[in-house]
Design a protein around this ligand. Structure first.
Ligand code: FES
Length: 239
């Protein structure tokens, strides 16, 4: 009776949580540690440049984190390289992926299926990145374009391209068709769909580039707060 009860509660828990899988648990540990460190950060603003973590990302951090965590590009990477499952057929390092049924997007990971709704919330966040560029230009009462402004602009463009190269955007523009690679879709006359499809083909590279860029801009702004990096003024004029 006891064994029956035990197996019924075990069925409710995703297998990743029951396995002694150091990759999975190190991922959980790094995620929790990273979240604590971000919350403990103070809000740095320097020379009118707002760190992208606070625009107003820190206020809605769970949505941003869930948007990135449910992104198909990162999903592929953490399922394959952290959980080590499912492996590509030629790289079965644990030599047991054939024995384990694929459980991705079920149980706990069912949350990955609501990615498109996190994508909609990301659209609402994008204007804040552009407002910060504007703020960095006019905060002195004159027009000031600095190195920081340029870096904030590059970051805003990278985040925008990342958001709009999303698979869910492709699905949305493609008319909710499920088979995006069917001839009817491949030969679509919808030029926006074809353009987004080309962008989408590089989504994984764009995702990692924008994430690395985000961290770089954060460190850059913090470097200026610490007085290590000078914020070189490129253009200065009267409003
Ligand atoms: Fe990566 Fe949507 S699939 S942002």
């Amino acid at each position: 009776m006891k064994a029956a009860n035990e197996s019924s509660w075990k069925q409710l828990i995703p297998p990743e949580f029951l396995e002694p899988n150091w990759r999975f648990w190190s991922f959980v540990f790094i995620s929790i540690l990273g979240s604590i460190l971000i919350v403990l950060y103070t809000v740095p603003v320097y020379d009118g440049l707002t760190d992208p973590f606070y625009t107003p990302t820190v206020l809605i951090l769970p949505l941003v984190v869930l948007f990135r965590l449910t992104c198909y590009a990162y999903r592929k990477d953490y399922h394959r390289h952290l959980f080590n499952h499912p492996n590509t057929c030629a790289a079965d390092v644990r030599l047991d992926s054939g024995k384990r049924g694929y459980t991705g997007e079920t149980g706990f990971f069912r949350i990955e299926n609501v990615h498109r709704y996190f994508m909609y919330t990301a659209w609402g966040i994008l204007p804040f990145f552009y407002y910060d560029i504007y703020h960095s230009i006019v905060y002195t009462g004159a027009i000031t374009v600095s190195l920081g402004t340029v870096i904030l602009t590059i970051n805003a463009v990278a985040v925008t391209v990342y958001t709009f190269s999303c698979h869910s955007v492709r699905h949305l523009i493609g008319g909710y068709r499920d088979c995006v690679n069917c001839p009817a879709n491949r030969n679509s006359k919808n030029s926006l769909y074809r353009f987004q499809s080309r962008l989408n083909g590089h989504h994984e590279a764009i995702a990692w580039t924008s994430l690395i860029m985000f961290v770089f801009v954060d460190l850059f702004i913090r470097g200026m707060v610490a007085g290590i990096i000078p914020n070189i003024v490129l253009i200065h004029g009267v409003l």
